[in-house]
Design a protein around this ligand. Structure first.
Ligand code: ZN
Ligand code: ZN
Length: 378
């Protein structure tokens, strides 16, 4: 099984596709899954999602196992056999590995059909942009499925390879991108008194927006919040003209959804206050929105108990992770657990150009999925 899954992982790695364009990835997964004879095999779910359903036909729990399948706009330099063939795109978050692990569970279930309940193996598209989970859940083809439990894993560099990282409550932060457009009026650079430049507003926002971070006394936040500026542009590269418009982008993060709402309100309020007086027109858009991924204690207990039975080291994360995961949307509907499996203490970080999913944790992931499945299915 190990060689088969490793081969699949390398094929996916070699042919990475960006969020929302996972056409060939889906085709490869379908080709792998078909001979395993799932009772239902859905394609093009919420984009290029693939769902394999193994149904006992008898009452019992409905359990969803989810992997992601999209790659990132990061160039991969050569040097190994299965290097990315799509220039500028590569699997730098290990979603190729997560898919191979879930394919391993499909192999097991195919040979060990459930005695009760229904099991959903979801290969979800577009995780990195936060669009995939929402699209899958909104797809009419997914409507008949109402999982009692949902599970997802993510490899985590910085932890030993035999480690499972769990957390009750928030596992990964909520986040959203904010795009602030400022519009004034240009003038000749020799007559700045005649312009209506957004320069001052832009500078004030750059200095003050990040100060909305932190949850000290009087801040109104219940937990950690963070605002990070990510992009800014002002006017055009010219000496003769004052700027007429500006764009500023930032990422908002919070461990709790209600804190995200408060942080968002404060950011909007600041733009309004600073832009209105000098009569700078403004527009605000939001993008790549992720709720906080909130784990359910029952689902986390399943993962923890299973990992301990498998003699794996269980680490209870003290704080939630600051990154976000669109698995959050499943956690809003079902008892859910997102957890980490260690990718190695000194493994390159996620999204690093030199990151590659460590093949030797494929069997670790498969054994966890199999043990959780066995608990529900027999
Ligand atoms: Zn990622
Ligand atoms: Zn990822």
């Amino acid at each position: 099984m190990k060689e088969t899954l490793q081969k699949l992982r390398h094929q996916l790695h070699q042919n990475p596709e960006l969020s929302g364009s996972e056409k060939q990835t889906a085709r490869r997964l379908v080709k792998f899954l078909k001979p395993l004879k799932p009772d239902v095999l859905l394609q093009k779910l919420g984009g290029y999602g693939v769902l394999a359903v193994f149904d006992s036909g008898r009452p019992g729990p409905e359990v969803l196992f989810r992997s992601d399948m999209d790659a990132l706009p990061i160039n991969e330099s050569g040097g190994f056999e299965y290097v990315s063939q799509n220039h500028g795109v590569s699997h730098k978050c290990g979603h190729d590995g997560h898919s191979a692990i879930l394919a391993g569970l499909a192999m097991y279930i195919s040979a060990n059909r459930p005695a009760k309940g229904r099991f959903l193996l979801l290969f979800q598209p577009a995780e990195e942009t936060g669009m995939g989970a929402v699209s899958v859940l909104a797809d009419p083809a997914f409507l008949p499925y109402k999982p009692d439990y949902c599970f997802a894993l993510h490899n985590l560099p910085g932890y030993d390879q035999d480690t499972v990282i769990v957390r009750n409550g928030t596992f990964a932060a909520a986040s959203r991108g904010i795009i602030i457009h400022l519009k004034g009026r240009t003038s000749h650079a020799s007559e700045p008194e005649k312009d209506q430049s957004p320069t001052t507003v832009m500078a004030q926002l750059m200095a003050n927006l990040p100060r909305l971070s932190g949850n000290g006394p009087g801040s109104g936040y219940a937990d950690f919040v963070l605002l990070t500026l990510t992009y800014g542009s002002l006017g055009t590269p010219a000496f003769g003209t004052t700027p007429g418009d500006a764009v500023l982008m930032a990422t908002l993060r919070a461990y709790l959804d209600k804190d995200m709402e408060l942080l968002t309100e404060k950011a909007i309020g600041m733009v309004k206050e600073l832009a209105e007086k000098p009569q700078i027109t403004y527009g605000i858009d939001f993008t790549e929105e992720f709720p906080a991924t909130t784990n359910h204690a029952d689902a986390v207990d399943f993962v923890t108990g299973t990992a301990e039975r498998l003699n794996m080291k269980v680490v209870k994360a003290g704080l939630p992770f600051r990154w976000s995961e669109d698995f959050a949307h499943f956690a809003l509907r079902s008892k859910a657990a997102l957890f980490g499996i260690g990718a190695g203490i000194s493994h390159r970080p996620l999204h690093d150009p030199d990151y590659d999913f460590p093949d030797n944790i494929i069997p670790v992931g498969v054994s966890l999925w199999v043990a959780i499945y066995n608990k529900f299915a027999f």
